[in-house]
Design a protein around this ligand. Structure first.
Ligand code: ZN
Length: 303
């Protein structure tokens, strides 16, 4: 059977959390609805973090309460600690729609961990193992992302062996999916091929691999292709290439959803997403943001 690509649309969370414009809850919901129409079936919808630290995510409970109630769509709430998983579980209290997945996040470097979540890498791995267990008990889909897996803004190079060791430890906690994130956009395709290839070789086959890239140094799309070729069937992307990280100095947008749809569909890899519709959503959302969005295909159109 030929392989496909699943795109997780992260514009409503990673895409917006570093923007100075505060996007309304209604516009976030409209963005998700329009991307469902375009064919997206998995979304990062918000983050269970301190609203004082990330004001753009302060309306996460309101966004979750207003999500379209679709059985064929999966919603991810980002969880940085056990409290986050508890909040994700509570979003489903009283038969509410809530989120489907606890998107747990651990870190591969001590310095980034301390800046982002006041934890060393080892402390965050230990907490994530408990978070995955809690998510499973609560009926949430347990999955986990290893942040700064390709490089750290403070420590620079992150040894691939360290990422592999973290992934193997996490795998024992029963996640359905493990992701590696290039949080600050420093990865290059050769590095991506080697790390994803090693993860695919060493992790149990039933654990899906996802990758998360920022296009900070214009390697995002090349990295995405390298990751897919090496065995990652799922990629995060953000409509229009919106995005950044408030705790990763200099990080710019995520790899753009439209750019990936163009690249993969024209290479014969189905994504389930309609390019023209995605570009139309880009045009609408640019008017919401009051500026053109950075995606190349969004600017140039399809072919
Ligand atoms: Zn990111």
């Amino acid at each position: 059977m030929s392989r496909t690509l699943q795109i997780v649309e992260v514009a409503a969370r990673d895409g917006l959390q570093n923007e100075s414009v505060l996007v309304s809850t209604a516009d976030k919901i409209a963005l998700i609805e329009r991307m469902i129409e375009a064919g997206v079936r998995r979304f990062e919808v918000g983050s269970f973090v301190n609203p004082k630290r990330v004001p753009q995510m302060a309306d996460t409970p309101e966004v979750i309460a207003a999500l379209p109630d679709r059985a064929d769509v999966s919603y991810i709430g980002l969880c940085l600690n056990l409290k986050g998983v508890e909040r994700a579980a509570r979003s489903r209290d009283g038969n509410k729609r809530g989120v489907d997945e606890a998107g747990c996040v651990t870190v591969a470097s001590d310095s980034f961990g301390k800046a982002n979540q006041a934890q060393t890498s080892a402390e965050s791995v230990a907490e994530n193992i408990a978070m995955l267990a809690l998510a499973t008990r609560a009926g949430l889909v347990p999955q986990v992302t290893i942040a700064v897996a390709f490089g750290c803004p403070f420590e620079k190079a992150v040894p691939p062996q360290r990422v592999l060791d973290i992934a193997r430890r996490l795998a024992e906690a029963g996640p359905v999916e493990i992701a590696v994130a290039d949080t600050i956009g420093v990865a290059v395709p050769g590095q991506v091929r080697d790390l994803i290839g090693a993860l695919r070789e060493q992790l149990p086959a039933e654990i899906r691999l996802r990758a998360h890239f920022h296009d900070t140094r214009a390697t995002g799309v090349a990295n995405a292709w390298a990751a897919w070729e090496a065995g990652a069937d799922i990629l995060d992307a953000s409509l229009g290439g919106l995005g950044g990280c408030p705790f990763a100095p200099g990080a710019t947008g995520n790899v753009a959803t439209e750019d990936l749809v163009y690249l993969f569909e024209r290479s014969g890899v189905p994504t389930g997403i309609d390019l023209d519709r995605a570009i139309a959503v880009n045009r609408w959302f640019a008017s919401v943001m009051g500026k053109p969005l950075p995606s190349s295909v969004g600017r140039a159109g399809g072919f």
